[in-house]
Structures are given as C-alpha cells and as structure tokens.
Design a protein around this ligand. Structure first.
Ligand SMILES: [Zn+2]
Length: 240
C-alpha cells in the first residue's frame, strides 16, 4: 500500500458511532482529504487520552494513521474550536447538527473541498458566537452556499431552460433553477420573496443571512431539497 502511514489534518467531527466496549467510529470532514472515517480507540473510557475532544460538532487538529483498513486510526487530537457555547443551547445544537448532517450527505468523497470545509467551520463558529443565528432562514442560507460549494447551485438569474429573464415565477429542480411560464413543466410556484431570498442567501455573507416570511422559506426549503435529490441523489432533512 503506497499510502500507508500517518498524516495531519484539520477536521470537523460530523458523527460518532459506538464501536465495541470503548471505541468510536468517527465520520470526519477533513480539510486535506474531504470525507474520512476513523476509529478513536479507548475514547469512551473515563481516562481516555482524547478527553472530550472528539465529540461531534468539534473542530480538531488530528494525526491520523492510515493502515490496511478503510478506517484510519486517530493517534492524536487537539481542539481548534470546541463550540462549547452552542452546546448549551438546544436550537443551536439542532442547527449545527443539521449543518453537519448536510455535509455528511452531500460530501461523501475522499477528496478535499476547501470552500465546503471553510463554510462548515464558519457556520459552526457563527452558531457558537450568536444564539440569534439559530434560525431556519440562516440554516437555509447555509444550505444554499453548501449547494454552491458542491457544484449544484441552482440558476436564479434567468430561466434555467430557455434563458428568459422576466416572469420567473416557478422552480424546477430537473431544469436546474427558476423557470419561465413557457418552461414550467415539472415545476412548482416560487414567489418573488422566495426567489429574492435564495439570490440574497447566495450573494451575502453567511452572517448577514437574509430573512423572509415563512411561506417563502418553505418554498426555498423545497427548492433546495429537490435540487439535492435530483442532482446529487441525496435526501436532506426538510427544515420546514
Ligand atoms: Zn423558459
């Protein structure tokens, strides 16, 4: 095996599953290699050398050993950001877990995607710093940007089918974005407010995530979920 040995990387712990008596399997999103699975041995013992550093939602610096198995082994872990404040608030935990779950589903390849990694780290840091950001609108804005990082951002400036720039009142995941009345087969109605929300979510920084009335957010939620389902063959939990 040419790639046996140890490597260093930063990572976010997306999910942690019990393994045997004292170990855990970690689903990691790493800066250097994208998705990596790793075993943390003895992590569930009271006196584990990893302490609580490998909990889900944590951003850590790791040394991973790559052997013959599909799973790496964690040999060292240092905290970059524990996100301790967000863990005290149920709504923030829920949003952060959603963010990790979306990355888990959308980015399953062992290849790096720096924009996606940076976006996830940024989202977790924001949720940690401000309890007021744990909203559905902010979560949808994160998903829009995640779609962009994954290469699935919908067309929002013109009809995805014919290029028409006026009367874009519907959304079609199969067409790849907003559509005009002439191309609306297989689409659902998208209000101007929902359209504006999606455009602003892509264009504005994450911390300035736009707001919109509930029906508009519901449409954006649907547009994102159907886009991911159609183009990435992945199901995201609906936020509304
Ligand atoms: Zn059209």
């Amino acid at each position: 095996m040419p790639n046996q040995g140890s490597f260093k990387t930063e990572a976010v712990v997306l999910r942690s599953i019990r393994l045997g008596e004292a170990d855990r399997v970690l689903h990691l999103y790493t800066e250097e290699r994208g998705r990596v699975g790793a075993v943390a041995k003895g992590v569930r013992r009271v006196k584990s050398r990893f302490g609580g550093r490998l909990e889900p939602l944590s951003r850590v610096k790791l040394v991973l050993h790559e052997g013959r198995s599909d799973l790496c082994t964690v040999t060292s872990a240092d905290t970059v950001h524990a996100h301790a404040a967000l863990r005290e608030r149920l709504a923030s935990i829920e949003r952060a877990t959603d963010a990790c779950d979306a990355v888990l589903r959308l980015f399953d390849a062992a290849e790096p995607n720096r924009p996606a990694y940076n976006l996830l780290c940024h989202e977790l840091a924001l949720l940690d710093s401000d309890s007021g950001l744990a909203t559905i609108a902010q979560a949808l804005a994160f998903r829009m940007k995640l779609l962009l990082a994954a290469g699935f951002a919908p067309e929002l400036a013109a009809c995805a089918t014919c290029g028409e720039r006026e009367h874009l009142g519907a959304f079609s995941a199969s067409a790849g974005g907003v559509v005009c009345p002439g191309c609306e087969a297989g689409s659902f109605p998208l209000t101007e407010e929902a359209h504006r929300f999606m455009t602003a979510a892509l264009g504005k920084p994450l911390v300035e995530a736009p707001e919109a009335p509930e029906p508009a957010l519901r449409q954006a939620d649907r547009a994102i979920a159907e886009t991911v389902e159609y183009h990435a063959h992945v199901r995201l939990r609906r936020l509304m």
